[in-house]
Structures are given as C-alpha cells and as structure tokens.
Write a protein that binds this ligand. Structure first.
Ligand SMILES: Cc1cc2nc3c(=O)[nH]c(=O)nc-3n(C[C@H](O)[C@H](O)[C@H](O)COP(=O)(O)O)c2cc1C
Length: 323
C-alpha cells in the first residue's frame, strides 16, 4: 500500500483518500455492481439508528441547478438488522468500512457505537450529529456543550474503534462557529480514553448537507415531500473548502486531528482543493448519483496531481495552500 495515495487516517490505513459518503452508497456495498469497491479508500455506511426507520414521504431526492436536495429522513434498517445481516459481510467487503451512527438522544448514539465496537472488521465509527436531540429540540452538531457531552459518552464505550465526528456546515458564526464545534468534538473535556488515548474525536468529517428548499413554480409545491432538505454537490463545495481551511488552521493541525472533506467533490481538482485547505481525505456523495465511477476518477486524478506537484505523497499537500 505504499503508493502516493496511501493514507493514514488516525491510525487506519486506507488504500487511498477517496471515501464514499454516508447515505449515498447504500447500507454497505450496494454500489459494488457499478463501482469496484477495491478502488476506493473506504465506504461509510448509511447512518444507522437503534430502530428501523421508513424515512420521509416522497419525493426524497431532487436534482437542483447546482447539486441536489435530499430529505431521506434517515431511512435505515436499524441496528438489530444491521448486526444480524450486514455486519457479517463487512470482513469480505473489499475496502475499509466505516459505520455511521445517528440518533435522537445520547443513549441512541452510545448504543450504536457500542454495537459497532463489537465488529472487529469495522475500524471506525462516524457520528452523524445533524440529528435533533429530542429532549432539547436542538441538533447535537449545533451546540458545543451538547456535542461535547455526546462525544465523551461515545468515546467511553469504544475500545478499538476510532471516532470520527461529522459536523454540519456552520458557515456563519452565530452563536457558534465551526471552530467552536470542532473544539468541542476534539477536546470535549474528561479523561483521555479509547485506542488513541484522546479525550475526543480522532478525526472530523466536514461537512454534512446544508439546509435548503426548492419549489416547482407551476404547481407551487415544494420539490421535496418533506418541504425542506439538505443541499449537497457543487453548490456547497466552496463553503466546505473554507470550513476545512478554518478548522485545519484553528485547531485540527495543532491537535493532529485529520479532516475528511465532504462537499461537492465531483472531480479530482475538487478533492485537491479540499486537501490544500487541510483535508487528509475526502468523501464523494452527490457525484455518485451522476456517475458511480466518479470516486475512481477522482483517485486517479489525485495521483497524477501529486506527481505534478513534486510531492512524495498526498500527505505532503495537506493544508499546503499558498497564502
Ligand atoms: C441522498 C443523500 C443521503 C444522505 N444520507 C446521509 C446519512 O445517512 N448520513 C450522513 O451522515 N450524511 C448523509 N448524507 C450527506 C453526505 O454524506 C455528504 O455529507 C453530503 O452529501 C456532502 O457531500 P456531497 O456534496 O459529495 O454529496 C446524504 C446525502 C445525500 C445526497
């Protein structure tokens, strides 16, 4: 695995830094029919909750001018089904598998994380914190105090599994900035714990979708059955480049916390931009809907780029934007 793209993500060795984003590639390996999974760095599972969820009414996905809107509503098989039918297939999946956990209370996340931690073949859990906490009505990823409580609780049940926290795209700092949230995830307080003896996240994913809405002006109805949804694709790319840059320079670089950039990676140069801003890896989501082979092309393009930049490896280019 000593190629220029071999990536060490918080101690997890990945073939390359191009990952499939949570919720865009099925529960586990459904993309395998149209994409050679051995050519991506990892697949992130659909976000799993304690109970199975049917999700929102249709339409749940709508193409828009600069990307797509989705309001899938966390439709997923639930943790019991996942453990019985999906987990046994992870070891044979030809790439690294990262489990995505979601919930509506700290106990929900702790339960999923503890179950994931039993799966030896799964080296990391990614917390999708863009979910409302039922007891406060506020998203876990919107409040640093709540986020820190969540991260501490999950960290305490992980024995071998690395902890990745996926933040929402907080682009205007009222009342909290992305750096406040990143700090809460990386340094939530409490004693160091887990495989890396860190008090909080081993890595961050930036970012989840950004809230949006689209209306059919003839019928005057929203395009999504849920009225609003999450915007992804090219529309969010430059927002995420900035958030990765801010987070890398303000806290991630100094604490040695890798960032996984997610937002509008359609081509290799989008991924390269995120790397220069401070990401150590990227996720591809929306692009898969247009071209399932996009991640393979992104990886190939990155490899060529590393050579043209006279860098020994992609890691040498992380955060290397010339300011
Ligand atoms: C249809 C769809 C479903 C998604 N489901 C999830 C999910 O279950 N959990 C999650 O953390 N993110 C989910 N996301 C967000 C993506 O993982 C990713 O963070 C976001 O789309 C930005 O990347 P992109 O612009 O490459 O799509 C979903 C995105 C889409 C488009």
């Amino acid at each position: 695995m000593d190629t220029p793209l071999a990536t060490d993500l918080a101690g997890i060795r990945l073939r390359n830094p191009v990952l499939l984003a949570a919720g865009t590639a099925g529960t586990l390996d459904e993309m395998a029919d149209v994409l050679d999974l051995s050519r991506v760095g990892a697949v992130v599972t659909k976000s799993i909750t304690p109970e199975p969820r049917a999700g929102n009414p249709p339409m749940r996905v709508a193409p828009v001018k600069a990307g797509m809107l989705n309001a899938v509503g966390l439709a997923n098989v639930g943790i019991e089904h996942f453990i019985e039918y999906v987990a046994p297939r992870i070891a044979a999946t030809p790439t690294t598998v990262i489990g995505s956990a979601a919930g509506f209370s700290i106990d929900d996340y702790v339960r999923i994380a503890a179950e994931f931690d039993e799966i030896e073949a799964m080296p990391a859990v990614e917390l999708n914190v863009s979910c409302p906490n039922v007891s406060h009505g506020v998203e876990f990823g919107a409040d640093p105090t709540l986020l820190a409580d969540l991260v501490r609780a999950v960290r305490a049940v992980l024995t071998h599994t690395r902890l990745i926290v996926k933040l929402p795209p907080v682009s205007v700092g009222t009342p909290h900035t992305i750096v406040d949230l990143a700090r809460a995830a990386i340094e939530p307080g409490g004693a160091p714990a887990g495989p890396n003896s860190r008090p909080g996240a081993d890595a961050l994913t930036l970012c989840n979708t950004t809230p949006g809405m689209a209306i059919n002006v003839r019928t005057r109805r929203p395009l999504l059955g849920n009225t609003t949804g999450g915007l992804s694709g090219p529309a969010v790319h430059n927002i995420v480049v900035r958030l990765v840059h801010l987070t890398h320079t303000a806290i991630a670089r100094d604490t040695g916390t890798p960032i996984i950039g997610a937002g509008g990676v359609m081509r290799w140069d989008d991924a390269a931009e995120l790397i220069l801003a401070g990401a150590s890896a990227v996720q591809v989501g929306t692009a898969l809907f247009a071209d399932p082979a996009a991640p393979v092309r992104v990886a190939r393009g990155l490899e060529k780029w590393v050579r043209t930049q006279d860098a020994g490896s992609l890691a040498d280019l992380v955060g290397a934007v010339a300011l």
